[in-house]
Design a protein around this ligand. Structure first.
Ligand code: ATP
Length: 338
């Protein structure tokens, strides 16, 4: 049996990407002499992602998904907890060390906005060549890899695209270039942060299919961040539902979607549009109210002010994470045997 963390038994220690009790806070200084305050954007998250596996991270806007993704690839430094990548503790490594161990080559990110993520003054050729030059890849090999990456994202024939500039491409084509740039260094782990939310609905599936094909062909670990569960179904193996910077529910994707346990997960999943027209008038329970302020989150369970099942203990004490069904972990007092 692979070893798991005793206090986070859903996380295998030998996964490619491991986060253990991760906390990332932003510091805000309201004035020169005022005491700093902290936005608890990621507050005690543990997860593991294996090679060839996609974890969908779902939650409302402001729930800490982007902060989590950026922390895992060390664009941010956590204030506590640990991050392991391929067995190496990278939690507080300096940039030079991260480069030295090849971490920067082995991870990459696809951002939400294909309009601002590509430098408008650089040609597609340069955008794709730059990461390879930084790595010291020889010229002939660079050309070969640029062509291959464009073919992988189905921008073919590549000659039609390499000399173009981002403004000459559609939103979908730009996002394909962003994906090509993300995969050109052959990473082992990709964080895709809402990669299709700014694209026209008609091309979302196409882009998601490209991502899925690439992820499977190269057996990458993949983190797909979205607030839209219906897009995650295209390729997610596991799902982590976050609420207000914290863990709500984790488990196999289909299992959780079919039978969510956390009241927040239930309200999110109930809110997915139903393709069956006969169900369109069915009432859907979306949790009323707003997500909390993460500077001063509610006591106890952070979801209690919006929870239809809130009990006294939920207001007073933070719930532990328990295995409510085999393989499905929930941070909710409803499932704690007392
Ligand atoms: N640089 C920053 N400084 C201070 N607070 C920040 C910063 N970036 C994000 N936050 C806050 O941290 C919390 C989590 O934000 P984050 O962007 O990680 O959430 P998210 O779930 O990805 O939301 P979205 O889907 O809107 O991007 C929010 O309250 C946000 O306002």
């Amino acid at each position: 049996m692979p070893e798991v963390f005793e206090d986070a038994p859903w996380v295998r220690k030998d996964s490619l990407v491991v986060a253990h009790r991760l906390r990332t806070y932003y510091t805000i200084k309201p004035g020169l002499f005022a005491k700093p305050r902290y936005v608890k954007a990621v507050d005690d998250i543990s997860l593991g992602i294996d090679r060839g596996i996609t974890l969908a991270v779902i939650g409302e806007s402001g729930s800490g998904k982007t902060t989590l993704g950026r922390t895992l690839i060390r664009l941010l430094e956590p204030i506590s907890g640990e991050i392991y990548f391929d067995g190496v503790n990278i939690t507080h490594m300096k940039e030079e060390e991260l480069k030295k161990i090849g971490f920067r080559r082995r991870v990459s990110m696809v951002f939400q906005d294909p309009y601002s993520s590509l430098n408008p003054f650089h040609s597609i050729h340069f955008i794709l060549e730059e990461p390879l030059m930084i790595q010291g890849v020889a010229r002939d090999e660079r050309e070969e890899r640029i062509y291959k990456a464009l073919e992988e994202v189905k921008l073919t024939p590549p000659e039609d695209f390499i000399n173009k500039y981002p403004h000459m491409l559609s939103g979908g084509q730009r996002q394909r270039v962003a994906i090509a740039r993300a995969i050109i260094t052959n990473p082992d782990f990709i964080v895709a942060d809402e990669p299709v939310s700014m694209l026209d609905a008609s091309i979302r599936v196409e882009i998601l299919t490209i991502l899925k094909d690439i992820q499977q062909r190269h057996k990458m670990a993949f983190m797909y961040i979205t607030h839209d569960i219906s897009t995650a179904k295209y390729f997610s193996d596991y799902i982590l539902i976050m609420y207000a910077g914290q863990f709500a529910e984790y488990g196999p994707f289909r299992d959780v979607i079919k039978n969510p346990l956390h009241p927040y997960a239930q309200s999110l999943i109930e809110a997915i549009p139903d393709p069956d027209p006969s169900n369109r008038l069915r009432e859907r329970k979306v949790a009323p109210g707003e997500p909390p302020n993460l500077v001063n989150p509610p006591s106890g369970c952070r979801f209690h002010p919006r929870c239809p099942y809130a009990m006294d203990i939920c207001k007073r004490q933070e719930p532990p994470v328990v295995e409510a069904r085999p393989g499905v972990f929930v941070k909710c007092w409803l499932y704690v045997k007392r």
